[in-house]
Design a protein around this ligand. Structure first.
Ligand SMILES: Nc1nc2c(ncn2[C@@H]2O[C@H](COP(=O)(O)OP(=O)(O)O)[C@@H](O)[C@H]2O)c(=O)[nH]1
Ligand SMILES: [Mg+2]
Length: 172
């Protein structure tokens, strides 16, 4: 389902195109409440705290937003394996204060796309970036890992720069 939202009016997108001839996209994946929608907003210079519950896969912004149910146990996670074909890069979100991942070991090794990790909400008390990084590696995230907070802005510009760099190289 395609909808219009604040993200669709941005010039940030850069209009990169992948080898398959459509716009270069990344997809943010992770359980409910980890901060996917807030992170996407912050990457687009929108207010990161306006997020409401994500009901559907949202293609309107710079990155593709997914409802947490697609990452959690059950039939919808199986659907994730078909949904990710719309993305060139997978951004896997792990909450900094969580002691576990919702994904099975090596889950992301089944995808051809590059996988980037984000450790979210690192401003929270009890945040453990090393533990969260270990969890992301266990589930098969092989690319760079960014500790981020939309509250403090930590890590946001670094992640944005990496994604913009990928857009630029997708145009070549
Ligand atoms: N303290 C803190 N709260 C955050 C951060 N990112 C998101 N949140 C809050 O966490 C909740 C879930 O965020 P949301 O983006 O909707 O998560 P999603 O379900 O993964 O899309 C919201 O109440 C956000 O305001 C963060 O970096 N720090
Ligand atoms: Mg959401």
């Amino acid at each position: 389902m395609r909808s219009t939202g604040p993200g669709s009016s941005l010039t940030l997108h850069g209009l990169g195109h992948s080898a398959r001839g459509r716009r270069w996209r990344f997809m943010v994946i992770g359980p409910t409440g980890v901060g996917k929608t807030s992170l996407l907003a912050a990457l687009e210079y929108r207010d990161g705290l306006e997020a409401t519950k994500t009901q559907m896969i949202d293609y309107s912004g710079w990155g593709i937003d997914t409802p947490g149910e697609y990452s959690e146990l059950g039939h919808l996670r199986r659907a994730l394996t078909t949904v990710v074909v719309d993305a060139d890069v997978l951004v896997v979100a792990q909450l900094a204060t969580s002691e576990r991942s919702v994904f099975p070991p090596n889950y992301f090794l089944m995808f051809n796309q590059e996988t980037i990790g984000v450790v979210t909400q690192v401003d929270l008390p009890g945040a453990d970036v090393a533990r969260a990084t270990g969890l992301l590696r266990e589930v098969g995230v092989t690319g760079s890992i960014f500790p981020v907070s939309v509250m403090t802005g930590a890590g946001i510009s670094e992640l944005r720069e990496l994604l913009q760099g990928q857009i630029e190289s997708s145009k070549e």
